[in-house]
Write a new protein. Sequence first.
Length: 180
Amino acid sequence: MITNNFSSSIKKIKLLITDVDGILTDGKILINSNNTETKIFNVEDGTAAALAYYAKLPIALISGRYSKCTEIRAAELKIKYCFQNTLNKKKVLNKLKEIYSVDCEEIAYIGDSLVDVPVLEIVGYPISVPDGHELAKKEALFITKKKGGEGVLLEVVEKILKEQERYKDVLQLMKNDKFE
C-alpha cells in the first residue's frame, strides 16, 4: 500500500479498476449442459457506471478468466477497457496506467482473491469485499459493506465521489441530463 491515510488516498483517485467474479458477481458461475455460461450481475452496478461516467471517473475491468457474459456486461455499462483471461493483473494495471496517464496512487482497485493481491498491494486505494480472501482483505484500506454481486461497484463509486466532495454535483448533472 502506498499510504495508510484513508482520506488523502481516496481524494487522489482518477481511475477505478475492478475484478469481475466475486465483485460484480457473487463469484458463482453456472455452466449448463449445452456449455453455455450464466452469470448474475446486479443492476445497481449499472447505476454506478452512470455515476462514474458523469463524474468522468473511468472504470476498467480485469478478470482472471474469459467470459462472454463479462464482455456483454462491460459493453452494457459502456466500460471501454475490459481485460479478460489474465492472471498477471499487474501487467494489465501498467497498461491502464499508460492509457489513462495515472500513477498507482491515483488508482482504486476492487479485488477479492489471491490473484488480486499483487495489485491491491500497489494501488493508492485498495478495496475488498467482506467475503473476499483474507489476504485480499488484509491489503484493503476499505472493505465494502456489500458482498460480491450485491452492488459493490455502486457502493465504491458513491464512496469515492462523496469523499472527493463531488457526489451532489454529479447527481445534479445526472438529474439535468435528458438520458437520451
